[in-house]
Design a binder for this molecule. Structure first.
Ligand SMILES: [Zn+2]
Length: 270
C-alpha cells in the first residue's frame, strides 16, 4: 500500500493509505492519525465519536474525509463484531444506517460512501470492477471467527451477481501477529471455527505464555477459500499497535484514550 496526500482546501491535505488492488473508478482509502483537528490524546484525524473527543472536532474530521472521498454521503453502521452485511441504496438516511447493527455495508450506488471504523480491528474493502458493487467490512477477532469475510463475498454474490474471481480486496492496517496476544478462549474460538487454524499459522505460538493471532493471515485465507484470487488481495503489513512512526490509533496500545481510523470505499464518486 502507498500513502497519498489528498487536498481538502486552504492548503490542508490528508494522507491516506491506498491499495493498488482497488481500481478506479472506485475511490477508497485507509485513514491514519494525520490530517485532522483533534487535540491530544486523540490527535489528530479521529473519526470515532464515542470515546471522549470533542464532537466538533470529530465532525470536522469527518467532513474532511467526506470531501476527499467524493461521496454524496458516507455511511457507517453500528458495529457489533458480527457478520451481518447491510445493503445501502440511494436515499438511505445515514442517521438510520448508523443504528443498524452490522459489521459490513455493501452498495452499487454511485456516490454512496461505505465506511468502517477501527482501532486494531481490520478494515476490509472489496470492489467488483465488473458489476460496480463494493463493500466495507469491520473484522476484529470475533467478526473474523463469525465469518464476516465470507459473508461479505456471499452478500455481494447474492445482491449484485458478483463472482468471487472478479473481486478485489484490500485489507488495511490492523493489529499484527507481532502484538496480538490473546487468551486461550480466543484460540479455542478460532480452532472451533476453523480446525486448521494452527497449521495455517493463524494461531501463532510464542516463547511467552500467551499465543498470538495473525488476524490478517486468517482473513486472507478466508477470502481465498471463498474464491477470491490470491493476486487480487492486498494486505497491509502495518501494525496499528506497534507502528514505529505511531501513525495509527490502537485500542491495544492506548486503551480508551484512543481515536478511530476509517477504511472507506465509494462506487463512482462525483
Ligand atoms: Zn505490532
Amino acid at each position: 500500500m502507498e500513502t497519498k496526500s489528498f487536498p481538502v482546501e486552504g492548503g490542508v491535505s490528508v494522507p491516506l493509505l491506498v491499495s493498488a488492488s482497488i481500481p478506479a473508478p472506485f475511490r477508497h482509502g485507509f485513514s491514519t492519525r494525520a490530517g485532522g483537528v483533534s487535540a491530544a490524546p486523540y490527535e489528530s484525524l479521529n473519526l470515532g465519536g464515542k470515546w471522549g473527543d470533542s464532537p466538533e472536532n470529530v465532525a470536522e474530521n469527518r467532513r474532511r474525509l467526506l470531501v476527499i472521498s467524493g461521496a454524496r454521503a458516507m455511511y457507517a453502521a453500528c458495529q457489533v463484531h458480527g457478520a451481518r452485511v447491510v445493503r445501502v441504496t440511494a436515499g438511505d438516511d445515514p442517521d438510520v444506517v448508523k443504528r443498524e447493527e452490522a459489521d459490513g455495508l455493501c452498495s452499487d450506488g454511485a456516490g454512496l460512501g461505505l465506511a468502517v471504523k477501527v482501532a486494531d480491528c481490520a478494515p476490509v474493502l472489496i470492489a467488483d470492477p465488473r458489476t460496480g458493487a463494493c463493500a466495507a467490512l469491520h473484522a476484529g477477532w470475533r467478526g473474523t471467527v463469525a465469518g464476516v469475510a465470507t459473508a461479505g463475498v456471499e452478500t455481494l454474490a447474492r445482491g449484485f451477481g458478483c463472482r468471487p474471481e472478479d473481486l478485489r480486496v484490500a485489507l488495511g492496517p490492523c493489529i499484527g501477529p507481532c502484538c496480538f496476544d490473546v487468551g486461550l478462549q480466543v484460540v479455542a474460538a478460532f480452532e472451533a471455527a476453523w480446525p486448521g487454524a494452527r497449521a495455517a499459522g493463524v494461531v501463532v505460538e510464542t516463547a511467552g505464555f500467551q499465543p498470538r493471532i495473525d488476524l490478517r493471515r486468517c482473513l486472507r485465507l478466508q477470502f481465498q477459500e471463498a474464491g477470491v484470487l490470491p493476486e487480487n488481495i492486498e494486505v497491509s503489513s502495518d501494525c496499528t499497535a506497534c507502528d514505529p512512526a505511531g501513525r495509527f490509533y490502537s485500542f491495544r496500545h492506548s486503551g480508551r484514550l484512543t481515536g478511530q481510523l476509517v477504511g472507506f470505499i465509494v462506487a463512482s464518486p462525483g
